[in-house]
Design a protein around this ligand. Structure first.
Ligand SMILES: [Zn+2]
Length: 330
């Protein structure tokens, strides 16, 4: 006897489109993880090529499960995504210009597709499966090439009037400061991000007369991971860079707390994995600069989900919520 569709369990697909890698995850409605996969994004091959490959990978994954499950919706997380319009808008990492993802996916799938910003997805992922479960007010910072943020206020993801709320990476913290990809100067992410760490290395090498292995590495070869390795080996310039980055981040977060009064701030992404190198100075300068009545009340935590997974499960959760709340893009 062939199973009736109602005998099958519903599942959703979450996709986290990154500048380098794309991660997909499939979960059922109880958040049991059924399948995970990742592949190279190759954004330079163009948007059509990407969505053709993504479609094949989703369909191959679903083929393994369709005896027992039915795919009901897809959630896509991407940098620069706008959930209201269903678009990716000129992401610096993807360089696809303005793309209507809803339309692209409709060519291949006849089910609802929900889209959200990758930092918002990371926040939803922490809320559903990570360290922010049961929290109503928290902020997730994604520390990668840039600095993204997703903000929960009173139990809801903050979207804003145009779906563009929470661009904390572009708070100006230094007048006439470093040039930013947004075209302005002095944004937080020009200091607090993997790219910002590299720029701080160049700065401190030029103004400090200290012995450092960093002198032997060219700017193009340098990675924030290398800087953290050297800092763990007590390289004085690398340590100075992490202390400086933590000071800037801690002060900025102390200001941000006055607006949102969060229970916790969660650091997620490659730079957040730099052990306590970033967490310790950030927490120190955060507490030092907090308004008195917040002191000791706001925790700074690391992501509760393995690297790269918070956003993909946030995308799954968003796909489910979209079914329920009818916030459907397609
Ligand atoms: Zn900026």
């Amino acid at each position: 006897m062939i199973d009736n569709i109602t005998d099958k369990k519903e599942i959703v697909v979450g996709v986290d489109i990154g500048g380098t890698n794309t991660v997909i995850g499939i979960v059922d409605l109880s958040n049991n993880i059924l399948l995970e996969n990742s592949f190279k994004t190759y954004p330079e091959k163009g948007v059509d090529n990407f969505f053709e490959r993504l479609t094949i990978i989703i369909k191959e994954a679903y083929n393994k499960l369709e005896d027992k499950y039915v795919l009901t919706s897809i959630g896509l997380a991407a940098p620069g995504a706008n959930y209201i319009k269903g678009t990716i808008e000129s992401s610096v990492n993807l360089k696809w210009g303005n793309v209507n993802i809803s339309k692209m996916m409709k060519k291949y799938f006849d089910i609802p597709v929900a889209i959200l910003n990758d930092a918002d997805a990371a926040a939803v992922g922490e809320y559903s499966l990570g360290v922010a479960q049961k929290m109503k007010n928290f902020i997730v910072l994604t520390l990668g090439t840039g600095l993204g943020s997703g903000i929960f206020v009173d139990g809801h993801l903050m979207n804003g009037e145009n779906g563009l709320a929470g661009e904390l990476g572009h708070i100006i913290i230094e007048q006439e400061g470093r040039e930013c990809t947004c075209g302005r100067n002095g944004c937080l992410e020009t200091y607090v991000s993997a790219a910002g760490i590299k720029r701080s290395v160049s700065y401190f090498l030029s103004v400090l007369n200290l012995e450092s292995e960093l002198k032997n590495i060219s700017f193009n070869e340098l990675t924030s991971k290398k800087v953290s390795e050297l800092a763990l080996n007590k390289d004085p310039v690398a340590l100075k860079v992490f202390n400086y980055t933590g000071e800037i981040l801690g002060k900025a977060l102390a200001n941000i707390v006055t607006i949102f009064n969060p229970e916790a701030i969660i650091l997620f992404g490659g730079l957040a994995d730099a052990d306590e190198l970033l967490l310790n100075p950030t927490t120190f300068y955060f507490e030092k600069n907090l308004l008195n009545f917040y002191k000791g009340k706001v925790r700074i935590l690391k992501s509760g989900l393995q690297n790269g997974k918070a956003a993909v499960y946030g995308a799954c959760e968003f796909a489910k919520e979209s079914m329920v709340k009818n916030m459907i893009n397609v």
